[in-house]
Design a protein around this ligand. Structure first.
Ligand code: SF4
Length: 415
């Protein structure tokens, strides 16, 4: 069950920390760019840790998707990306048609490096655009400007049109400071004009401990109000739908044939390997997280060399993916969740399934009546745009239901 056939590699290095970001990143300075001739010792030692960690992993199936994310993986040279892909290739092998995605940020790579990444095996790139507006990019602490972004898009499009990249994605953030519905619609239009076949659009979220969280407390963030944010979400949905994009997950929109296969692995609750600082693995229905800081991660790798990664899978460090989390990620998908089979897989009897489905439906009834959620037999899915934009209401009711269940029902049964 949930045999891992996907791998995520976390590259934690960034020029600097963006004002809204709470990821496990290591800022290396705004002028830094790794070069093959003068490698950064910190990056070098991290790649060595990754190699050691991967070599400890149990033998497994060939990979069908690989995702190198971060951080800013394009701070690595193409030779280093090639080195990492070769380690995975030798350890697991790649299935024919493997999808290999690299996250890249404008102003952190040039055309020759992009070509090098592609020659190493990368066939999909995800570009951290966030905004086409230089003033907004400054305001959120990004290291690139609009010109860098436009230049990156044109290089990527060139390789895509030649068939050397199978697909590509742009990340955008909506509800940023100083944004209103009109300026957001302009962002969407500019994204469509790049001819990108996949868009990931996230709402700005103010995370504790970030610069934005402090400024927000001091009332210094000029964030759009709820009504404006709601209008932006509606525009996103309708404009992208008109442009031929399908919303296949709450934050992801693709033209036909371009959904991300790797992301589906997470949302479907399938197995994957995660490698690197702060990465999570979910092989065989279990899950474990690596430490979030560089030093702790290094100690953890040394410890694994003594004990073996397999031992941590069966230690208290690993735990099965809880049903409530499977429901949360499942509901994000266009096709939603099929409750009966999910509950049976969780280990509940037929009678338990019937009782718990009934009690969950009673919690979800207002959402169904308000048009946020659709029931089709045992399948439930969010409507677009209302349900997807107000998914929290549905998820809160689900969590209340989960917390009302007896202790023995929420304990996993591992088959
Ligand atoms: S580039 Fe991405 S990962 Fe790095 S600090 Fe900015 S938002 Fe965070």
């Amino acid at each position: 069950m949930n045999v891992p056939r996907s791998a995520y590699l976390h590259i934690p290095f960034c020029y600097k920390r963006c004002f809204y970001c709470d990821f496990a990143v290591v800022p290396v300075g705004s002028k830094h760019k790794q070069s093959f001739d003068s490698p950064n010792p910190l990056i070098d030692s991290y790649l060595n840790l990754l190699e050691r960690e991967i070599s400890l992993t149990p033998e497994c199936e060939p990979l069908s998707t690989v995702y190198i994310g971060g951080g800013t993986p394009s701070l690595l040279t193409y030779q280093e990306i090639n080195f990492l892909l070769n380690i995975l290739r030798q350890k697991f092998g790649f299935q024919p048609g493997v999808e290999i995605t690299l996250e890249i940020d404008p102003a952190s790579f040039n055309k020759m490096e992009l070509e090098g990444y592609i020659k190493s095996g990368v066939n999909r790139v995800s570009l951290g655009a966030q905004s086409f507006d230089t003033n907004i990019l400054k305001e959120i602490g990004r290291s690139h400007d609009r010109d860098d972004l436009i230049q990156s898009c044109s290089w990527i499009r060139e390789f895509f049109e030649k068939g050397e990249l199978k697909s590509w994605n742009l990340d955008l953030i909506q509800s940023l400071p100083s944004q209103d519905c009109k300026s957001w619609e302009d962002q969407i239009n500019q994204a469509i004009r790049t001819a990108v076949p996949h868009l990931s659009i996230y709402d700005l979220s103010i995370e504790p401990g970030t610069a934005f969280a402090n400024w927000d407390l001091l009332g210094k963030l000029n964030l759009p109000n709820e009504e404006s944010s709601w209008q932006m979400m509606r525009s996103t949905s309708s404009m992208l739908s008109e442009a031929g994009f399908a919303r296949y997950e709450i934050s992801n929109f693709s033209l036909p044939g371009h959904p991300s296969r790797h992301n589906r692995v997470y949302w479907n609750g399938s197995g994957w390997w995660g490698f690197g600082q702060g990465a999570t693995s979910a092989p065989w229905g279990l899950r474990f997280m690596r430490p979030k800081t560089f030093n702790e991660y290094r100690s953890w790798v040394f410890q694994q060399e003594q004990e073996g990664i397999h031992s941590s899978l069966i230690s208290s460090n690993a735990r099965p993916m809880p049903l409530d989390e499977l429901l949360i990620v499942g509901l994000r998908r266009r096709e939603g969740v099929e409750l009966y089979s999910m509950f049976r897989d969780w280990g509940w009897s037929k009678t338990q399934c019937e009782i718990y489905i009934k009690s969950l439906i009673s919690k979800w009834l207002p959402s169904i009546q308000n048009g946020l959620l659709i029931q089709n037999g045992f399948r439930f899915y969010l409507t677009d745009p209302e349900g997807m934009n107000l998914s929290n209401e549905v998820l809160v009711q689900m969590m209340l239901w989960w917390e009302s269940l007896p202790n023995d029902a929420v304990e996993p049964s591992i088959s």
